[in-house]
Ligand binder design. Structure first.
Ligand code: MOS
Length: 704
């Protein structure tokens, strides 16, 4: 549909906000879309990683001669012959690189499953057989992998936020409170498990490195590889056209680096693919947490004291903190307010970002604690939250750029049928099942990071937009097509968006719920400038007219404010107290999360997060074996993620909440779907049974 404005310019009905199937959907479902592990190269050799079988120690010898004599084997790389790497740099996200990706630089083994060698062969099967035959001798040392509240030598760690925030006197306010809660919550080690395993092929051409990869940001991975191999950033090209999930795990990892090393040694392309099992030690994970929360409230439920302390683990080679206490800095104010994130170094693989790092486990603890406080105060859990809805950032003191949390609760309560809920636990029954309902609040930070994009007009009336974005399954390519179409004032069918190539210029990663917002900003800027250029009426030459945008200055000028998405989660569960089985019967999430670009894929993203919340509440748990220091059941048979049979009818919807300071109104929806979801389920289990579960997952053995 086309309308004509007063000035005579043609303005289309906006495409942003309309439901669109994925522009690459047919390619994906017909198998035409190729992923990193299946793109062919002439002369491709295959690398297979050999991982350590001890949790701590030193490599004393590698019997490589026997392996080199095996069929098809071309080379074995290990710490004795591998090219040296530079690890003295700061990555795109402001962090130093995790030394786990700087493979084969020394003989130390800091955890079980550490990469000790790469065997390269003509075929993947030959490489695997040789890598699994390689005998590695170790001088083992005692290891420590046990994690818990009493683990010694923990320390505060800043990470992306200060380790500690503190105002007022917690002890004084607790002493003066009518109701006090002091409870400890734990969450287990969890793993990303994207459907597509990590895979990369590397080739060198005249001093230039090209990598075809599965990642969350071509700029990010390309920059890290340039630094590691001491190359000019322009000499590295990373392509990542289709990505089968990432969830925080797909940055620079051992496989890209090992592939690039082997390709340089052999002078031919080399691909390295991780197995599912290898991903449990090489792809990062979410640290387990122990979180202690102390709340003090007056008789009306108003918080006088809020203390949230979190402990997570990190490896001995890298510092990463799961900042679970950060969620309290946004959600609730109190006269005395204290939050702290601590870590302990153990002989475990390095943890990393995993969907809603901090907020996912942090909201389980905090939103469970609020539920416990509501019961102690005799208040409805929603009413307690409304009474404590913060007007300004509890720690920052800054105003919120939109905080429609209360509206999410009201809309959610209406649609879920919360009114008239009997607050008493363990009084509803459906045959052998005890029934209960629970709710929890959600939030996730909204941000934007500088990116560049180009927009090209072609003589045939089509447009091409290029940006080093990553579509990790979110529908980003489709969302950017809609944003570009509106900015150009044309139908989306005339716009082709190309992503996943570091040659397109620097761009933000698909992460931090910031991808689509950051890229849309740059895409819109380039497309609008192109549209203005075309309005001057110049002809379009055969090579097209291209303009480039860079949002660095515009994003740097953003006013300081608390920017977050918010949401309200609702769950109904049934618990069989004779078998310990918990079934989620229905779930509803209502979000205020900025302008929604594509309702179809946005709903998918919320539902995916909420499904992961069910999984977190009831199923996922990576258990570490003390004797070996490794995981028990490091595969999808031993590590249970929610499957279709575990997931009931889930609904996700949103209320209007455009960000006033974003050119498109976006806030970001990548992570908020999981936040609060596990707490809503756990709170429903309490309502069903009267038993409070403070340790995840709520598995049958814990229910009984
Ligand atoms: Mo996400 S944990 O920022 O990929």
């Amino acid at each position: 549909m086309t309308t004509v404005t007063a000035t005579g310019t043609s303005t289309r009905t906006p495409s942003v906000g309309t439901a669109r199937t994925r522009v690459e959907g047919v390619e994906k479902v017909t198998g035409a879309a190729r992923y990193a592990g299946e793109i062919p190269f002439a002369g491709l050799a295959h690398g297979w990683l050999t991982l350590s079988t001890v949790a701590r120690g030193r490599i004393s010898a590698l019997d490589t001669d026997a392996v080199l004599a095996m069929p098809g084997v071309l080379a074995v790389l290990d710490h004795r012959n591998a090219p040296r790497l530079n690890t003295d740099f700061v990555s795109l996200l402001g962090q130093r690189p995790d030394p786990t990706c700087a493979v084969f630089q020394h003989d130390r083994v800091p955890h079980l499953g550490w990469p000790v060698a790469l065997v390269v062969a003509e075929t993947s099967e030959q490489a695997r057989e040789a890598a699994e035959s390689l005998v590695v001798h170790y001088e083992p040392e005692p290891h420590a992998t046990d994690f818990g509240a009493d683990t010694p030598d923990s320390y505060p760690l800043d990470g992306f936020m200060p380790a500690l925030t503190e105002k007022g006197d917690i002890e004084d306010e607790l002493a003066a409170s009518a109701v006090v809660l002091d409870a400890t919550y734990t969450t287990p080690e969890e793993h990303h498990n994207p459907m597509e395993p990590h895979a990369a092929a590397a080739l060198w051409d005249d001093g230039r490195l090209e990598v075809v990869d599965s990642n969350q940001g071509a700029t990010w991975v390309g920059g890290d590889l340039a630094n590691l191999f001491s190359l000019d950033p322009a000499a590295v090209r990373v392509r990542s056209e289709h990505v089968g999930g990432g969830f925080g795990s797909k940055g620079v990892r051992a496989h890209q680096v090992a592939a690039a090393m082997a390709a340089s040694v052999l002078g031919r392309p080399v691909r390295v693919v991780m197995t599912r099992r290898q991903m449990f030690t090489l792809a990062g994970h979410r640290s387990p947490t122990v979180q202690r929360i102390r709340l003090g409230a007056d008789a009306g439920g108003r918080l006088r004291a809020l203390e949230h302390r979190s402990l997570s683990h990190t490896s001995t080679v890298y510092e990463f903190v799961e900042p679970s206490a950060g969620v309290a800095r946004v959600m609730y104010d109190a006269d005395a307010h204290r939050t702290e994130n601590r870590v302990v170094r153990l002989d475990v693989p390095s943890p990393t970002f995993m969907r809603a790092p901090g907020e996912a486990p942090g909201s389980f603890a905090l939103e469970s604690a609020l539920d416990e406080l509501a019961a102690a105060c005799g208040l409805d859990p929603i009413e307690l939250r409304l009474r404590n809805d913060a007007e300004r950032g509890p720690v920052s003191g800054l105003p919120f750029a939109g905080r429609r949390l209360a509206d999410c609760f009201r809309e959610g309560a209406r649609r879920f049928g919360w009114a008239g809920r009997d607050p008493r636990p363990a009084v509803r029954r459906d045959g052998r099942w005890l029934l209960g309902t629970g709710t929890a609040a959600a939030s996730f930070q909204a941000g934007a990071a500088p990116s560049t994009a180009t927009a090209t007009a072609h003589p045939d009336g089509g447009f091409t937009v290029r940006i080093a974005a990553a579509d990790i399954g979110t529908g980003a390519r489709t969302a950017l097509t809609l944003v570009a179409a509106d900015a150009l004032g044309v139908a989306p069918e005339r716009v082709r968006v190309r992503i996943g190539d570091s040659a397109f210029g620097p761009a933000m990663i698909a992460g931090g719920s910031m991808g689509t917002r950051s890229w849309s900003w740059a895409v819109k800027a380039a497309a609008e400038e192109l549209r203005e250029r075309l309005a001057l009426g110049t002809g379009i030459p055969a090579e097209g007219i291209t303009v480039r945008s860079d949002t660095t200055a515009a994003i740097g000028a953003l006013a300081a404010a608390e920017r977050h998405s918010f949401g309200a989660q609702f769950a109904e569960v049934a618990v069989d107290v004779t078998t310990g089985e918990v079934r989620v019967r229905r779930m509803l999430g209502i979000f205020a999360a900025g302008r929604i670009i594509n309702p179809l894929t946005a709903r998918n993203q919320f539902l995916g997060g909420m499904t992961w919340g069910i999984s977190m509440a009831l199923h996922e748990e990576a258990l570490r074996d003390r004797a070996s220091g490794g995981l028990v059941g490091a595969d999808l048979a031993g590590y249970h993620v929610a499957t279709h049979a575990d997931v009931p009818r889930i609904e996700a919807d949103w209320i209007d909440d455009p960000d006033p300071d974003d050119p498109v109104g976006i806030k970001g929806i990548g992570e908020i779907g999981i936040v609060g979801a596990a707490a809503a389920v756990a709170n429903a289990v309490w309502h069903a049974t009267g038993a409070r579960h403070r340790d995840l997952p709520i598995s049958p053995d814990r229910v009984l």
